[in-house]
Design a protein around this ligand. Sequence first.
Ligand code: NAP
Length: 274
Amino acid sequence: MDLGLRDAHVVVVGASRGLGRGIARAFAREGARLALIARSRKGLEKTAAQCRELGAPEVLLAEADMSSREAVDAAFAEIGKSWSTINVLINNAANSIGTHGPSEKFADETMYADAYNVITLGYVRTTRAALPFMKAADWARIVNVSTASSGGSSPVLHIYNMSKTAVVSLSKAQAREFAPYGISVNIFSPAGIMVEGGNWGEVMNGYFEKHGLDPTNPYDAVELSVRQFGGTKPWMDRYGLIAEYADAITFLGSRTNSYMTGHDMVVHGGGNGD
Ligand SMILES: NC(=O)c1ccc[n+]([C@@H]2O[C@H](COP(=O)([O-])OP(=O)(O)OC[C@H]3O[C@@H](n4cnc5c(N)ncnc54)[C@H](OP(=O)(O)O)[C@@H]3O)[C@@H](O)[C@H]2O)c1
């Protein structure tokens, strides 16, 4: 299938590692032009090098912290020096590090506010900044990464899930608001993704050894989640690979995906996803 992404202008937020890097790589393979945003310059450069190797004709980098409206605006102003239009915005950044635990662990409200500020308001900020460029484009798609556990009951994940559930409501409202401009907004909700460092590293660190499991094995990873965190097993019995999620997101963000909006695409190997 031709996804119609050759030379499309694609912005990936949270592209310095993990799923974001996988998403950038998948768009690069389709011949898209990329603008990569995150805080870590080193991580962005590593992603950019891989994207160029895979065939991206242009890769722009912008460092920005999603918790700052000024920083987000400055990043899009920088992108605007090279591009007058944006076709695809992928909101994927999340700062779930430190948010894990039941409510009694969090005596003050700082982590709640921080998660909401980066995850939910971060998506608001990037979308506001990208909108004029997207309205000027022939076609435009926004994909907001949430989680298969949004709306779920996990005490350990409750701070993260609260901000990601808000992303679902935000996206549906945006889908309705932006439809007259021909801009679609869809949600992508993955389950466990094995990512070195970041959220995955923080949650799982140390536990694989404790349970005698292998962190590189997607079947072991799901086993750990069940034993240590009381998660449920996906019907497919394993977690997904970064490329399996990234390819689905690339379709959601493609020109070919022309009549789907306000949809929550859940990719979790079957089951409840929590
Ligand atoms: N991994 C999972 O099991 C899983 C499951 C369900 C949903 N998800 C969702 O999938 C997405 C990617 O997950 P992941 O595991 O790849 O996450 P990750 O490894 O923690 O990477 C998160 C990305 O967001 C960026 N980021 C974090 N805080 C930021 C901030 N304040 N400003 C700008 N960028 C920031 C990070 O870059 P810098 O640190 O360089 O800024 C990084 O590029 C997230 O939205 C996550 O919630 C993940």
